[in-house]
Design a protein around this ligand. Structure first.
Ligand SMILES: Cc1cc2nc3c(=O)[nH]c(=O)nc-3n(C[C@H](O)[C@H](O)[C@H](O)COP(=O)(O)O)c2cc1C
Ligand SMILES: CCCCCCC(=O)C(=O)O
Length: 405
């Protein structure tokens, strides 16, 4: 047995022991994490693999169709290399970033991911506590397995943080309206309207595994309406609205709330222009292909990013362009910012941390990415976020040569 395998074996034994008692669970998670030498997000991914049933693991990890968009989200980062600058005094790196009227510790937020109690019994509550400790904003899925109020309260026990509700619009608009109003009264700061899922993507493993939410879990933000027995089958498109539009839906949503509205799942300049021009007063977009889970053969999100940034910033410099898809390393964050993103979000990296160690595991994932990002800045000669520029990158061109941007 080589060293990494031994390390994970120790972890599984500790995790098994921890499952006997909630009270020592957190301590064991922390201890196991220290013992098992988790150094990067790939270590967390590997550790999470052995801890979930196949249908849940596949649900978290897989993309749609042949998985091309999923793979290319990751490989696209290697089309860019960093051009480091030297002798620039990087003794005092500054990574803090302002958005939604608050400050985050670095330009990264947690993307909304559904059903986190499948990863760990504390689910979204553990994620919220880790996010609060790391001062990282948190997106909460409509399909959360915890109420949106309980999630925020769990983080608020530690300190103030920013929460954003990801919204799927149901055909029953009244259900959606209740959700939006609950989020606003709970103190959520933004709605992230997911726009790339009028229907669920073709996820082979969900179909093969006959994926269902485990019977002890619920979707308490709306399951009085949808009914969890419908989850994962063809009824999904029957409950969410596939007739949402720039004019009618966005203006209706704006009439419900004063919270910021962001559009998630945008990948073209044309749609960014519409977002900037919308009279629904959109704050920003998240350039995303849903982690490769929706339209297979979609452009990788890194390949979409430049046209989206150009379209937004040429019309309104303050319009926010965030990014997600394939971020596994601090240098990935650096590359997305160098291409003009205002910040990034991460999905699976958080789920792997949560699976492995609950709150401690998510905190570990966030800490790894922050440390790697800071190191990339230092080694590239960038002391502040505004020092990160497109000239810090070279892109692979014809013949495999790299040319500077
Ligand atoms: C298991 C899983 C569940 C997700 N659930 C949602 C969701 O409920 N709503 C949503 O807008 N996006 C959802 N996403 C997409 C993420 O918000 C995000 O766009 C994506 O995970 C980013 O890619 P990454 O996982 O490579 O970081 C989900 C992604 C995963 C992996
Ligand atoms: C089985 C229903 C999935 C609901 C949508 C969650 C989601 O966005 C995802 O990517 O999965």
């Amino acid at each position: 047995m080589d060293k990494p395998d031994k390390m994970f074996l120790i972890y599984y034994v500790l995790h098994f022991l921890a499952s006997f008692s909630n009270s020592i669970n957190n301590f064991i998670s922390w201890f196991a994490m220290a013992l098992t030498d988790i150094l990067c997000i790939h270590d967390l991914e590997k550790a999470a693999q052995g801890m979930l049933s196949q249908p849940i693991l596949d649900y978290f990890n897989d993309g749609s169709g042949d998985g091309v968009a999923l793979m290319e989200n990751i490989s696209a980062f290697e089309k860019y290399k960093i051009r480091p600058r030297i002798l620039r005094n990087v003794s005092n790196i500054e990574t803090k970033k302002r958005a939604l009227g608050s400050t985050m510790s670095f330009p990264l937020a947690i993307a909304p991911t559904a059903m986190q109690c499948m990863a760990h019994e504390e689910g979204e509550k553990a994620t919220a506590r880790a996010a609060a400790r790391a001062n990282v904003f948190m997106g909460v899925s409509t399909f959360a397995t915890t109420t949106l109020e309980d999630i925020k309260q769990s983080g608020d026990c530690l300190c103030d943080n920013v929460y954003m509700l990801q919204l799927y619009i149901f055909k029953d608009r009244h259900t959606t309206e209740i959700l939006v109003k609950r989020a606003e009264s709970a103190g959520y700061k933004a709605i992230l309207l997911t726009c790339d899922t009028p229907r669920l993507g073709n996820r082979h493993s969900m179909i093969r595994n006959n994926f269902r939410l485990p019977s002890h879990l619920q979707l308490p933000n709306f399951d009085q309406y949808i009914g969890k027995e419908k989850l994962g089958d063809v009824k999904y498109p029957n409950t969410t609205d596939d007739n949402i539009t720039w004019d009618e839906t966005l203006l209706w949503l704006r009439s419900l709330t004063k919270m910021e509205i962001w559009l998630k799942g945008i990948s073209t300049a044309e749609d960014v222009e519409l977002a900037v021009q919308s009279s629904a007063n959109i704050t920003g977009v998240i350039v995303s292909n849903h982690g490769g889970r929706q339209l297979d053969s979609a452009l990788s999100t890194l390949d979409s990013l430049s046209e989206c940034v150009k379209a937004a910033k040429s019309k309104d410099k303050s319009f926010q362009v965030w990014f997600d898809g394939g971020i596994r390393k601090g240098c990935d964050i650096f590359k997305a910012l160098a291409l003009g993103a205002d910040g990034v979000m991460i999905g699976r990296a958080v789920l792997w941390g949560l699976t492995m160690g609950g709150e401690e595991g998510v905190f570990k994932a966030l800490s790894i990415l922050k440390a790697e990002f800071e190191l990339t800045m230092a080694l590239s000669g960038c002391r502040t976020l505004s020092d990160i520029k497109s000239s810090n990158l070279a892109r692979k061109a014809e013949g495999g040569f790299f040319t500077r941007l």
